[in-house]
Write a new protein. Structure first.
Length: 183
């Protein structure tokens, strides 16, 4: 009878270990799928930026430094290899794009150009999609990291070298501050 109980406990531990392992694999794959979604939206945005720049160049061709900064930031974003690098590159690109739109304010003909308006609206929609994908990805990273750090799944995670995920977050502290509106 004692052997049956011991054998039952061993089988129970084995089944629990398999279940925990499968849960960790699932969380890792959801995290990778979340990052893949972000990557798709970032590529979509990066493909739109040259068209937007060409439209602005037609009206503000003397803004050479601005175009160089946008191109440099876009290239950094496209070539980022880690989530942290991507976050830094995205912040630089966002700042460059804000400067591009600020320059556009000085050109009323550009602001009225239908292509520019459509691309600006499309870029805005893509930014919203990136934000939603970022929230989803960060949620999967949170779930993955909790599972990796919690007992008893941390034992299985350490045995099979599961890695914690990196959050895709704002690197620029000034963007964390609330927007101030004054009249």
């Amino acid at each position: 009878m004692f052997m049956i109980i011991v054998l039952g406990l061993i089988v129970l531990l084995f089944v629990a270990g398999i279940s925990i392992y499968n849960g960790l694999v699932s969380k890792k794959n959801l995290m990778e799928e979340g990052w893949s979604s972000i990557d798709v939206f970032l590529k979509k945005r990066n493909d739109l930026i040259p068209n937007l720049m060409e439209t602005v160049k037609g009206y503000a061709s003397h803004e050479k430094e601005l175009f160089e900064n946008v191109t440099k930031s876009r290239n950094l974003a496209q070539n980022a290899n880690t989530v942290s690098d991507q976050g830094n590159a995205e912040n630089a690109l966002k700042n460059s794009m804000m400067n591009l739109f600020a320059i556009a304010e000085n050109y009323p003909e550009l602001k009225a150009n239908q292509n520019f308006i459509e691309m600006q609206n499309e870029l805005s929609a893509i930014e919203e999609e990136i934000e939603m994908a970022r929230r989803y990805y960060n949620g999967t990273v949170k779930d993955n990291n909790i599972a990796i750090e919690s007992f008893p799944s941390n034992i299985i995670a350490n045995m099979f070298n599961f890695d914690k995920g990196t959050f895709f977050e704002i690197q620029d502290a000034s963007q964390r501050e609330p927007t101030r509106v004054s009249f």
